[in-house]
Each structure stands twice: as C-alpha cells, then as structure tokens.
Design a protein around this ligand. Structure first.
Ligand code: UT7
Length: 326
C-alpha cells in the first residue's frame, strides 16, 4: 500500500571553508584590475560574504556532507534511502550524475539516483519530483539535495556577476507519511527567456565549445523574478487550499535581498516571515533554498506544524514553488 503524502523529516547543509567577505573579495578582484566595493555589493544585493570551495573540492563532496547531516537529523542511515535526487548546474562531471557519486560516497547502492538541472529552481523541482515519486509508491525515503560549486563557472573579470555567487549544499530527507507533508507544488519554465541567464558552453570532441562562464542580464532577471515569484506563490497557496496569511515562513531563492523583500511586499508577507541567508551565503543557486531551510530549522524559527513556502527562480528561465507543512 502506498502512503498518500511525503514529509520532510530531516535537513542538513554544508559550506566549504571560511567565508570570504566583500572587502576581501574586492581586494582579490583589485589585483585583476576589477573595481568593486562592500558598499556596492551590500546596497544592491544584501550580500556580505560567500564561501568559495578550494579547487580540489567537488560538488558531490559538498552534497555528501549535507546529506549525512540531513540523515543524522532524521535519525536514518544511508541504507534507509531508496531515491537520491541532486539539483545542480555544477556537477562533478558530464556523467555519471552527481547523485550517483553521492550514493557511492554514502555506500549504499541499489536505489534510484539522478540529477535535475533547473539552475536556481533546481531544488524545488527536485523536491516536487521526489514528492510525486513517494506519493505514487515509487520510493519511500528520498534524499533531495541542492549542491553547487558556482565559483567554477564564474568569470572573475565580470564584476556584474562574480560578486553575487557562492558555493555550498543543502539537503532534506523526504519520507512517505500518512500525514502531509508537502501540500502542493507548482513548476514552470519559459525557454524563450534562455538568453538572460546562461552558461552557453559544453564539452564537445574533448574541448569546451562556446562560453564556459555564467552570463546574466541582471535587470531582466530581476524584473522577471519578482513577477513570477509572486504569481507562483499565489498559485501554490491556492492549490493547497490555504491563504497567504497561513504561510509562517517564506523561503525564496536567495539571490538578492531586494528581490525577496519586493516579493514579500507584493504577497503581504512581512519581512520577519522571510528567511534571509543571502547575506551569509550569497547566491548558491540550487543549494540556496535547502541551505536557508536548514538554517531556519536549526536556529529554532521553523517548527513542527509550520507552513513553509519555498520558491526557486533562475536560468531556463525556470521557476517554481513548494508549500510544506513541517
Ligand atoms: O540566481 C539567479 C537569479 N539572479 C538574480 O536574481 C539576479 C537579479 N539581478 C540583480 O540582482 C541585480 O540586477 C544586480 C545585483 C545583478 C545588479 O544590480 P542593479 O541595481 O541592476 O545594477 P546594474 O546592473 O544596473 O549596474 C549599476 C551600475 C553599473 O554602472 P553604471 O553603468 O551605472 O556606471 C555597473 O557597471 O553598477 C555597476 N556595477 C558594479 N559596481 C561595483 C555592476 N557590478 C558592480 C560591482 N561593483 N560588483
């Protein structure tokens, strides 16, 4: 018999090394002749620091560390997991998937493992897929991981993007349950907008073909993000049969505090319900939402029974939302 619902039963996260503050980053960029400042970065984005993985640290290592912490929080072992989904745009390799490498590191083969590529919406995409698979009975306990080493795809000569991103990983354990759980999720994409945020390169005949670094039209992304984050929030809350006032915590993708606050204002969600970690983590793409969720659970803000609205938005163009009762 299949359970009707899935529930988040544990969370974990991992950030590589010591944080790099804006002043330190500005010093490093100045050595390349690139001018920026703590003041510009904080005023335009709210970012104060980010973590940058050492060159030999891989996406799967970050994801494995976050997964181990989520399993410990859930009181489960790797052998209890029959599905691993990793959201990432910075996998270790072209293949095998980062999910397979994490499964190997955790030491329990046999379950399904695959990656999801939806850039900064990747975690909500992955969570929605895992929820569907659990509700159909295809899996019982899933690790859903967002892990990124975005520092590897940044053009460190482009001050308009390189100050915005960081590395890290977050994970949740999603378990079959008779009680909800994930109440609703909604996913969207508009491929016609692929040009505003992309890394338009790939490996072909053994060499990188195209441009291997992230490019972004920041203002176009900003405007679209605020619009779609509002609409998909309303959609998912309605799908769950709730009101916006029932939302206890809003955890949007952590790209820019101005986007988060503008979205919160449009939804009439006060700032003290918005979980903000972009100041500490910068934009960690698919890792940003599970990282923020883990922070808010561990510091005691998010408690059992709370309604948590998680949202992703990013390259593709993609966006989506998941509403969960914790
Ligand atoms: O995860 C995917 C989702 N991504 C996002 O959500 C990002 C969305 N976009 C944004 O967050 C903002 O558009 C940015 C933070 C990227 C940029 O903020 P903005 O207020 O839109 O600034 P801008 O791009 O219009 O640039 C304003 C000025 C320009 O100088 P001029 O032309 O006015 O002289 C830039 O050259 O700021 C300059 N600038 C910088 N100055 C110092 C751009 N980057 C920097 C920098 N330091 N790092």
């Amino acid at each position: 018999m299949t359970s009707r619902y899935s529930r988040i039963v544990g969370t974990g996260s991992y950030l590589p090394g010591d944080p790099v503050g804006n002043d330190e980053l500005a010093r490093r960029l100045a050595e390349r002749g690139i001018e920026t400042s703590d003041q510009w970065i904080v005023e335009r984005t709210g970012i104060r620091q980010r973590h940058i993985a050492d060159p030999d640290v891989t996406c799967s290592q970050l994801g494995t560390a976050a997964a181990r912490e989520a399993l410990a929080a859930a009181g489960l072992n790797p052998g209890d997991i029959d599905l691993i989904i990793v959201a990432t745009s910075t996998p270790d390799w072209v293949f095998p998937s980062t999910a397979c490498l994490i499964q190997k590191a955790l030491g329990h083969p046999g379950g399904a493992a695959f990656d999801v590529q939806a850039v900064c919406s990747g975690f909500v995409y992955a969570l929605s897929i895992a929820d569907s698979m659990i509700r159909t009975g295809a899996a019982r306990r899933a690790l859903v991981i967002g892990a990124e080493v975005f520092s590897r795809i940044l053009d460190w000569n482009d001050r308009g993007t390189c100050v915005l991103f960081g590395d890290g990983a977050g994970a949740v354990v999603l378990s079959a349950s008779d009680e909800p759980g994930i109440l609703a999720s909604r996913l969207h994409a508009d491929g016609s907008q692929e040009g505003i945020l992309r890394t338009p390169g790939h490996v072909s005949r053994g060499v990188v073909d195209g441009h291997p670094f992230l490019t972004m039209d920041g203002q176009a992304v900003f405007k679209l993000a605020v619009t779609v984050l509002e609409s998909v929030a309303r959609e998912v809350v309605q799908a769950a049969g709730l009101q916006m006032s029932d939302v206890d915590w809003f955890i949007p993708h952590q790209a820019n505090v101005r986007i988060m606050q503008a979205t919160g204002r449009r939804l009439r969600l006060p700032n003290d319900k918005v979980v903000v970690t972009v100041d500490r983590h910068a934009n960690t793409s698919a890792a940003s939402v599970p990282l923020a969720l883990d922070v808010a659970i561990r510091d005691g803000r998010v408690r059992a029974g709370d309604h948590v609205l998680m949202e992703g938005v990013g390259g593709g163009f993609t966006w989506g939302a998941v509403l969960a009762r914790m």
